[in-house]
Design a protein around this ligand. Structure first.
Ligand SMILES: O=C(O)[C@H](O)[C@@H](O)[C@H](O)[C@H](O)COP(=O)(O)O
Length: 236
């Protein structure tokens, strides 16, 4: 594993994806165990998409006190759990299995008249979670989006506002596929352990581009706003 201290992130490179999954799962399990020892609970927020399934499977098998862990989503497509696009379905099928089946899951999607109504009621409902996040697992698209902070989002400045008091925000972005629900940047960067899990050469190139000079991509805004170093986990 190669570690490079660059800017406000650490680059943790792995030879292959299974090794990354095992290492990231070990780090996350350790952070959750530390949180449970310190405050009696662990609060984990994970991203969806196609990258995290192997990491979820590795984490699900680690025997920590999962009955003291609460799992929620960094973001969600505005679709029911029956949809193949549902991040909640991905988490239930891949993470909330084995030892981790004892964790409590707090999804973001529920039926609502609009995505704005869903985000507002989510923000209320999620107030009762034991904030701040102990662990935030971010993904990234080739366009430099993370969470549902899409570069073409209608309300990107509000999504990236570090002083936002909202917990969940609605997102309309043509490139997103469907309307989204996302944790606000403020809630994400307050996490005790923030990781970015990316795989493949395209994602590495996109990340390096986002960290360079030029247009500020959403992933850069998150890293710049984070008071702690973001741990990037990458494999080819
Ligand atoms: O709902 C989502 O899609 C995710 O939360 C999103 O932020 C994801 O992490 C990136 O789009 C990368 O997705 P892939 O892992 O599919 O490349």
């Amino acid at each position: 594993m190669a570690r490079e201290q660059l800017n406000a992130y650490n680059w943790n490179g792995f030879a292959d994806r299974p090794q990354l999954a095992a290492a990231l799962a070990g780090h996350v399990a350790g952070r959750l165990t530390k949180a449970i020892a310190e405050r009696g609970t662990g609060l984990l927020a994970v991203s969806g998409g196609t990258t995290p399934a192997k990491f979820f499977a590795a984490l699900s098998a680690i025997p920590i006190a999962w009955d003291k862990v609460m799992v929620t989503l960094i973001d969600e497509r505005f679709v029911p759990p029956s949809s193949p696009r549902s991040n909640a379905a991905l988490v239930v099928a891949n993470l909330l299995q084995n030892a981790a089946s004892a964790a409590r899951f707090v999804p973001l999607y529920h039926e609502a008249a609009s995505i704005e109504d869903a985000a507002a009621s989510d923000s209320e409902a999620l107030k009762s979670l034991p904030w701040p996040l102990d662990v935030a697992i971010l993904g990234m698209g080739a366009d430099g989006h993370t969470a549902s902070f899409f570069p073409d989002a209608d309300n990107l400045p509000a999504l990236l506002d570090p002083s936002s008091t909202r917990i969940v925000l609605p997102v309309h972005a043509a490139s997103a596929g469907e309307p989204r629900l996302t944790l606000s940047l403020a809630r994400i960067v307050a996490a005790g352990f923030i990781t970015l899990h990316i795989e493949g050469e395209d994602k590495r190139t996109a990340f390096e581009g986002a960290m360079g000079l030029g247009a500020r991509k959403p992933i850069r805004a998150v890293i710049d706003a984070a008071p702690k170093t973001v741990e990037v986990f990458w494999a080819p």
